[in-house]
Design a protein around this ligand. Structure first.
Ligand code: MG
Length: 237
């Protein structure tokens, strides 16, 4: 790594930021909550029923589409012409009560100067339900979801362009928070500050290798496992 990402926020690095852009899953709540495990099960069941497959076959196909197209949904749309709304509803029919209110995070987001967005490969209802459970929904100005993205997920460049033009975001004065390194490549080229959220204890979680930080990730300015604490370093209370 040419330039090792920093772990504590240097407030001067964020002094020019006017738009704060947050991924949702595993970013606004930590990876170990594993909300995705429930979504994962629902997606497998959907694929299983749609194509009349055994569970293992359905799961393998689901993962293949995720790898090849960025989301399982995109693969299902391209190869099977499914209705995205029905899929999203089914995928996100989960129990959000495992997400607990995080007033510390809400206050830290509130204190940031400028607009705050959720930019997710999930749906608006999913983002709203998750942010509401965390008690931080009111801290955001808007949510840009997979429907607004025309079902083309991050890390596709056109999706970031769509987001930025819809909300008139000047990317040179914006920051992006994400848990997937590949989703920060385009933001960096657009001039955004990039912050990668990592799991608290890497040994305790199962992460696919291609989702991990690697030697080539010099597009990441900061790495942190504590979003609220990091944000407080930008705007000390
Ligand atoms: Mg995420």
């Amino acid at each position: 790594m040419d330039k090792k990402p920093k772990t504590a926020a240097d407030a001067a690095d964020f002094a020019h930021i006017r738009d704060w852009v947050f991924d949702l899953d595993n970013t606004l709540y930590p990876h170990h909550i594993n909300l995705f495990a429930q979504i994962d099960v629902n997606m497998t069941a959907y694929v299983q029923e749609l194509l009349q497959l055994e569970r293992d076959e359905a799961r393998a196909l689901q993962k293949r589409y995720y790898h090849e197209h960025g989301t399982t949904l995109q693969g299902l749309m391209l190869h099977h012409g499914i209705d995205p709304d029905g899929f999203l509803e089914r995928a996100h029919a989960i129990d959000y009560s495992i997400l607990l209110p995080n007033p510390e995070l809400g206050e830290a987001i509130e204190a940031l100067p400028g607009r705050k967005f959720i930019f997710t490969n999930g749906s608006v209802p999913h983002a709203e339900a998750a942010a509401r459970a965390l008690g931080i929904l009111d801290n955001f100005d808007d949510i840009f979801d997979i429907v607004a993205a025309g079902y083309v997920p991050k890390p596709a460049g056109e999706t970031y362009d769509k987001f930025a033009s819809l909300h008139r975001v000047d990317t040179a004065n914006a920051a992006m928070f994400e848990d997937l390194p590949r989703n920060l490549t385009v933001p960096k080229t657009l001039g955004m500050r990039t912050v990668l959220l990592t799991p608290r204890n890497l040994d305790d979680v199962l992460i696919e290798r291609w989702e991990m930080l690697s030697e080539e990730d010099d597009h990441i300015d900061y790495v942190t496992d504590d979003l609220a604490g990091f944000l407080k370093g930008i705007v000390p209370g």
